[in-house]
Design a protein around this ligand. Structure first.
Ligand code: NAD
Length: 483
């Protein structure tokens, strides 16, 4: 479908409020992590800007909720088409603010498109409990109201898409807030939507660290859909209590992977590497602790180190780059501290013992060989390219060590014998368990964190229905007068 107005990628960045561009009195610098230097500015919303966004979303809610589902789905598909038409400049912008290699950024934009299309493809179920001669009773799904959608900086567009498609298709209006580290591609998404969705249905606000708490505490919000760290998730939950806001929280993880005794170490190295180091380890479901059977531990370590030696670290805009920088200075400093702790504790670096001396937030992939379970690099979610490889002797021990974490987001088993891998996977405590594959997320498949990794579900029909409330209606049918 022909777009009404193409978005300009050489211009400035404005928020989207009430269907129009909204500028703020103040601006926030956005840093390119490959240089460590600011390259653009994003609006820094104040409370009155946020009030305007929430008021626009509230004002648009009744008409959007009353719009037939098929019509809402059509507009969400149109938004997906428009994003697809601007995929290249969006991906380039994403790489510059996030740091990821341009091919990965293009994949993320494609993910946004397919998540929007998938949300538009779901039918919203209606349950009829009774349809007799005397009585009718049904439960329908109705929208909740105004959704605050909050995303982190590792996958700004994809994690926005997890929320946006389901919220819109089910009839909610949205105030979306990207991370202050990666606001730009999301601001452009808002701009793209201006010509497609009715005014106020999608509002995008950007700002500093205070904007998230202002948004979650706002009285005009009915539901919060949040992806971020577990610590922030707790604050969000507290903040939701006053207004009894509905909540979906996708939080941190410290995912274990178990490598069984019968794998082919050389054949596995590539998949194992990317499961941990993809997006420079900044993935909620990256394998963050890899337990390797003693029978293959040294061979797996050596194959991983050999594979890592061929991986190019650099500016994501360079086509040759396979791993980009760490997204922001705060996270880079955290990782340097973890890295220094490994050095100070005398842990063995199989690779990555040097920090690159260049501008930008760069780290080489580091593998720590068999640290104790008590080491910080095992206990904490690193969210970066430093990986502990842990040796185990028997599977009961591996399961116990893998499950010894308050997080329970994802877990992976790598096995020669697929059935044995499956059986081992069934013993792991996690919302998502994968055998011989690397986090195959899909908009059609529910994704949930157990334990401290989340509250509620995203994706799949179950995730979609988290943007609805059940409403039951019944009536007694008139008794025919003649009888
Ligand atoms: P973060 O919790 O610091 O921030 C996430 C978002 O919340 C940002 O937009 C931030 O501005 C906002 N925010 C910060 N404080 C807030 C508050 N008090 N109230 C409301 N909003 C607030 O997380 P991050 O550092 O951006 O992301 C990394 C974390 O996200 C990691 O722990 C990672 O595992 C997790 N994560 C989880 C998933 C998942 O699906 N489970 C996916 C990606 C990332």
């Amino acid at each position: 479908m022909e777009r009404r107005a193409r978005v300009r990628f050489d211009g400035g960045f404005a928020m989207t409020i009430g269907g129009g561009a909204h500028r703020a009195a103040r601006a926030l610098p956005v840093i390119n992590p490959a240089t460590g230097q600011p390259f653009a500015e994003a609006p820094d919303a104040r409370p009155d800007d946020l009030d305007a966004a929430v008021a626009a979303a509230r004002g648009a809610f009744a008409a959007w909720a009353a719009t037939p589902h098929g019509e809402r789905a059509r507009m969400v598909r149109e938004l997906a088409d428009a994003v697809e038409a601007d995929a290249d400049p969006l991906a380039a912008l994403l790489t510059r603010e996030q740091g990821k290699p341009i091919r990965d950024a293009a994949r993320e934009v494609a993910g946004l498109v397919s998540w929007l299309r998938a949300a538009a493809g779901f039918a919203i179920p209606r349950e009829v409990h009774e349809d007799s001669g005397t009585r009718y009773c049904e439960t329908r799904r109705v929208p909740i109201g105004v959704v605050a959608a909050i995303a982190p900086w590792n996958y700004p567009l994809l994690l926005a898409a997890f929320k946006l498609g389901p919220a819109l298709v089910t009839g909610n209006t949205v105030v979306m807030k990207p991370s202050p580290f990666t606001p730009l591609a999301t601001l452009k998404l808002g701009e793209i939507a201006r010509g497609i969705l009715p005014p106020g249905v999608l509002n995008v606000v950007s700002g500093g660290d205070q904007l998230g708490p202002w948004l979650t505490a706002h009285r005009g919000i009915d539901k919060i859909a949040f992806t971020g760290s577990t610590a922030t998730g707790r604050d969000v939950m507290r903040s939701a209590a006053d207004g009894l806001k509905r909540l979906t929280l996708e939080l941190g993880g410290n995912d274990p992977a178990i490598v069984m005794h019968d794998v082919d170490p050389a054949g596995l190295a590539k998949a194992l590497f990317w499961a941990s180091f993809g997006n420079s380890g900044q993935v909620c479901v990256a394998s963050k602790r890899v337990y390797v059977h003693a029978g293959v531990h040294d061979a797996v370590r050596d194959a991983l180190v050999e594979y890592a030696a061929g991986v190019t670290v650099g500016d994501g805009m360079d086509e040759a780059t396979m791993l980009g920088p760490v997204n922001n200075r705060r996270q880079y400093d955290r990782l340097l501290d973890l890295w220094a702790d490994c050095r100070a504790s005398g842990l063995a670096f199989a690779c990555g013992a040097e920090v690159p001396q260049r501008p930008g937030h760069f780290l080489n992939p580091a593998i720590i060989d068999n640290p104790p379970d008590t080491a910080r690099i095992v206990q904490e979610e690193q969210f970066g390219p430093i990986l502990p490889l842990l040796r185990f002797d028997d599977y009961d021990e591996a399961v116990a060590r893998a499950n010894a974490s308050p997080f329970a987001l994802g877990a992976t088993v790598w096995a020669g014998d697929e059935e044995a891998g499956w059986a081992l996977g069934e013993r792991l405590r996690a919302g998502n368990v994968w055998v011989n594959e690397c986090r195959p997320l899909s908009p059609l498949v529910p994704f949930a964190g157990h334990g401290q990794s989340g509250f509620g579900v995203e994706n799949g029909l179950e995730g979609l229905l988290e943007y609805t409330l059940p409403r039951t209606m019944s009536r007694v049918r008139p008794i025919a007068a003649s009888r």
